[in-house]
Design a protein around this ligand. Structure first.
Ligand code: NAP
Length: 392
């Protein structure tokens, strides 16, 4: 790869690489964006997908119900939604003859809504669509209202779904499940507690960082991802200290949106694949699970992509002067300590006895390595789990 660094701008330019950039979502990013939802109706009868509590507590669901009184509500989406939940919701949407989908919530309701949109027009089961471009008929149009600031699912063509049978996460990917409209309203994120704010913020950081080192990175995504990292480094600490600071909430939501645009093009890397084990086996929130692998994985990424990682390291440094860069792991440790986040997986209830099994399982799944530079055998994967466990 031919990566150029413009040292004056401290930015990355991927030399002469070809790229494709496609983003069909109409993004409305503003405080109180939700209030405009009526003008973005995509059909006659919406199917409204949301989680169990938060959209009721913050009033978003009630407001949407008032705007669309004939809408049918499905409010049973769990965290890390299962294929079965998507099937139940998809059947209801079809039975009720809804012609568009509104999803309100974090990544879980947004991803469920995307599957519902495809299932309603194609039938079958969610698991039939794990993979890429498997919907025969066009899914229903989707309007997404994110209420966390971390996944960027409102601007991606992915739905990440738990496959309970195999205790793993699978992706339904299809350009036709990009939401047609994203109403990104920072007001809706004010109700997130500390834990959810931290976990989702770290997810956005991880997505931006992974985007930069992905085999599919492009000049545009590098620019967006670096900007996302700079914003998150500055503003996650702020939102944790001042949860009701709307400006900081707005900045983090913006960076989350950038992180979604990034991964829509670059995909995620091994960090995400590793994190799934912590989420599925120990119930660790998605963003935390990713963050627990950033140090071990970026120490390795630094070897494969030294120039890119140097620029990234500078973006998350407290001393962002080109030429005074410290190692990425030192900058990450400093940031984590500012966030009061323990990067030792053992502090989060992870047990090390399953690492050989996880490493073997991962080593046998080539899909998980598609965007990752470097070669990783079972021993190396086990080392990564160990380092994450001990915070090395
Ligand atoms: P989430 O699982 O959607 O929600 C986590 C928790 O946050 C839930 O308890 C939820 O409560 C609560 N919550 C949501 N909004 C809130 C608010 N404004 N105030 C207070 N509480 C709120 O979390 P997430 O991190 O946003 O999404 C993670 C999922 O997204 C994972 O399954 C991950 O794999 C997926 N993901 C998808 C993409 C993509 O491109 N499709 C990208 C990254 C991650 P309620 O349930 O009551 O709402």
């Amino acid at each position: 790869m031919n990566t150029l660094i413009d040292s004056r701008m401290n930015t990355l330019i991927e030399g002469l690489s070809e790229f494709n950039f496609y983003l069909p979502t109409n993004i409305i990013f503003k405080v109180d964006a939700l209030k405009d939802i009526r003008s973005f109706a995509l059909g006659e009868k919406p199917f409204i997908v949301t989680g169990k509590n938060s959209s009721k507590k913050n009033g978003a669901l009630e407001f949407v119900q008032k705007c669309f009184p004939n809408g049918v509500i499905f409010d049973r989406v769990e965290e890390n939604p299962s294929a079965e939940t998507c099937d139940t919701a998809g059947n209801l949407c079809k039975e009720e003859k809804c012609d568009w989908v509104i999803c309100i919530g974090g990544g879980s309701p947004l991803d469920t809504g995307k599957c519902v949109a495809g299932l309603a027009t194609n039938g079958g089961k969610c698991a039939d669509y794990f993979g890429r471009d498997l919907f025969k008929n066009s899914p229903l149009p989707i309007l997404a209202v994110p209420t966390t600031a971390g996944t960027g699912s409102e601007v991606t063509q992915y739905a990440v779904i738990t496959d309970r049978k195999n205790n793993t996460k699978k992706t339904v990917a299809d350009r036709r499940i990009f939401p047609k409209v994203a109403l990104a309203d920072p007001n809706l994120t004010l109700t997130m507690n500390r834990d959810i704010t931290l976990s989702t913020g770290l997810d956005a950081l991880s997505q931006c960082m992974e985007g930069i080192v992905s085999k599919k990175s492009t000049p545009i995504t590098d620019t967006l991802a670096l900007e996302g990292c700079r914003i998150l480094k500055e503003y996650i600490p702020n939102v944790l200290k001042n949860p009701s600071d709307l400006h900081s909430r707005t900045m983090v939501m913006y960076a989350s949106l950038l992180s979604g645009i990034v991964i829509a093009h670059t995909g995620t890397t091994l960090v995400h694949a590793l994190g799934y084990y912590y989420t599925l086996y120990y119930g660790i929130p998605h963003g935390i699970a990713n963050a627990l692998f950033l140090i071990p994985m970026f120490r390795r990424n630094e070897k494969y992509l030294p120039e890119k990682v140097k620029t990234l390291s500078n973006a998350i440094s407290n001393n962002p002067n080109f030429g005074t860069i410290t190692k990425i792991e030192d900058n990450l440790k400093e940031l984590f300590s500012e966030l009061d986040f323990s990067y030792k997986a053992k502090d989060w209830g992870v047990e090390s006895k399953k690492f050989p099994e996880f490493a073997e399982n991962l080593a046998n799944d080539p899909y998980r390595f598609r965007n990752q530079y470097g070669t990783f055998d079972m021993t190396e994967l086990e080392n990564i789990f160990e380092e994450s466990y001990l915070g090395k």
